[in-house]
Design a protein around this ligand. Sequence first.
Ligand code: SAM
Length: 328
Amino acid sequence: MTDSRSPGPVDRFGRRFRNLRVSLTAACNYACTYCVPDGKRLLRADRELDADQMLRAIELLVEGGGIERLRLTGGEPLVTPKFAYLFPRIMSLGLEDVSLTTNGQLLGPKVPLLVSSGLKRINISLDTLNPTAFRKLARGGDLRTVLAAIDRCLEAGLKVKLNMVPVRTGNRDQIVPMLRYAQQRGIELRYIELMRMGHLSHSAAFDRDFLGMEEILELIGDETSFERTDAPFDSTARRFALADGGVFGIIPNESEPFCSACTRLRLSSEGMLYGCLSSSAHQAFRPLLELPKDEALARLPALLEDTLKAKQPVAFTGGAMVMKFIGG
Ligand code: SAM
């Protein structure tokens, strides 16, 4: 980061924003059971920022908001034409790290663009290796296409992480097979504990389907041995080294909340800033995009301070927000 960039505000717990998650679009080609209710794809928002507005927003946050690392997400970031325009431009902003989270469905043909723009690592969401369970959980897409895209990323030299959301009634039997699949390919698998978001926030389905860190570790421990390893301070994942090679992680939103070290800021596709995944409190960023740059930068600290206030002190309590809108 260059000296002219501002570190941004700090809250009473010493937290500041370092990581920006940008939801390029709320549209998605899946309708995962734990993300959206009843298979509804939740219509595409018609007030989304266009590609230039989004780039301007990101540039302002990098210059005046202390952002050092950025992740593109959604919805599904690869369904929007904004992606091809924005991606190389974001890669040239001089950030410490840029990464991408995708369901992999449209990924294969985009691998050359990602690599030539300088991407080093990618997170691909995959909940099961069973085609029937895949169709039931994702309610869209095709498993073989995702597996082929994963191979293509590996062949191109990208570091791949896989994100799996364990769901008791959906993929409990896949916890170990997914780990073996990842291990064989030198991929780090990360189990993301189910979050109480959107339709799961006050629902019996959450209690039925939640499958936490303890049980995940027990299932793995029945097959192989592992030990906990260190993870960076503001990492959300607890990481474990397998005795027979490789590393896996668990993102324990419920079992071991990591709110006290959270450095994430989210920009939604509609131009709203969110300081906490568990709070629907947000600030409109769009008005700043219409101002001359100096004026926008002068108003940014107050806006970010208000956004930072939404962060919860202790634990993730869930909320009405749907992940695909706020940017998972
Ligand atoms: N479409 C992209 C993808 O599938 O990776 C990016 C957006 S998606 C919302 C990001 C991640 O959030 C996915 O790994 C998805 O499984 C996860 N996710 C969505 N709803 C969730 C929930 N209620 N609890 C835990 N993870 C969730």
